[in-house]
Ligand binder design. Sequence first.
Ligand code: PGA
Length: 303
Amino acid sequence: MNKTRFHTRQTTFRQLEVFREVAVQLSVTQAAQALHLAQPTVSTQLAKLTESIGLPLFEQVGKQLYLTQAGQILQEETRALFEVLDRVEMRLAQLTGLTAGVLRLGVVTTSKYIVPGMLGPFCRQHPQVEVELRIANRNEVITRLMANTDDLYVFSEPPEGLDIVTRPLVENALVVIAPSDHPLAGRANVQWSDLAGDRLILREPGSGTRRAIERHFAARSEVIKPQMIIESNEAIRASVSAGLGIAILSRHTLAHAAPNEFVELDVVGFPIWNHWSLVYWRGKALSPVAEAFIEAVLPVVNL
Ligand code: PGA
């Protein structure tokens, strides 16, 4: 690497900012959209940065863009720089009585039904705050957490064995749903074994919902066999309503159902109770915006 050039003004924060977005999106087109820039501008900024560094930052395999080792190092080492700049911006804004800046949230797919309800009042109270909400399954959100990509995370199955703070938000109930003409609809105390003839639709491995369900059955020494795996709560709900089988989903995903779309069965041992938690690294220097969000959304009694 050409050290003197990297350290002189030839590398600008703008170039690093463009690089950061391309590294997250792994797409020049999407990075350009996210930054409200023209695609050639993004390409030019990247080319200048690559020239200063003297090593390629991305490589293209087929249509997919990947970070090179140099790109990974640049991404890891500049993350702290952006965190510092964000905090400077936010603290300066606080001097004028404003909570301003970016709130980066990484949340699991199922929690997307509750997070907007928390963001609404917060954003109305703090109109200067920009929100970046990334939604992915549990495994993918853990990857983001490990890379310290976002300020705060929402899980109902937080990862274990990490030095993280876990602050409970609201309860999450996983319930059994079936097509509305199911013979056991309306019956009390249905046994799980009564449903042995039904096709069970489950989320993919890597999903927190799937993990909670597997733990529930493992604790009862019961084995479950998914006969259909679908990576989306919405598609599972539609499949149940189309008569494809039964499923176990968070009750939060079932809101605003049309009449007769599906029924919730009264199965012994259900709901599986869990709760949503706000998660962040212990010892992380939280931005003022992240702190304001925590204060706004946590129940009055914090654990
Ligand atoms: P999922 O996570 O969206 O990956 O299923 C939900 C959860 O953590 O309960």
